[in-house]
Design a protein around this ligand. Structure first.
Ligand code: FES
Length: 114
């Protein structure tokens, strides 16, 4: 996601809803987003694999990467960088905790093109 693009913070779920080792899919203003807990931090990426069409929230966390359930593309959860199979990186979104909820910074314009 471009850092210069205007963003707004949207509540995704309770902070306790995102568990270690279990990606969680949410839709915020029409944007499919996958949330991941790595130790004490939560990260957010676009939920749709850049290779074809599969939801990464249905994939497998391998260390600090998410593996797509369809053809095995690997993406770094923190940076969205593609590490295998696909050729494009994932959009990532800032996450913060507020009043026990997870807030995700999404583009003001809503859904983004892949
Ligand atoms: S759709 Fe994700 S690896 Fe092909």
């Amino acid at each position: 996601m471009s850092t210069s693009e205007p963003k707004r913070w949207v509540r995704a779920c309770a902070a306790t809803d995102v568990k270690q080792g279990e990606p969680k899919g949410v839709k915020l203003a029409g944007i499919p987003i996958a949330l991941y807990r790595l130790d004490d931090s939560v990260y957010a990426t676009h939920d749709v694999c850049t290779h074809a069409y599969a939801l990464l929230s249905e994939g497998y966390i391998e260390g600090e990467s998410i593996e797509c359930p369809l053809h095995g593309a690997l993406f770094d959860i923190r940076s969205g960088k593609c590490k295998a199979v696909a050729s494009r990186d994932l959009a990532t979104y800032a996450v913060r905790v507020e009043d026990g909820g997870l807030m995700v910074a999404i583009p003001v314009s809503g859904a983004i093109e892949l």
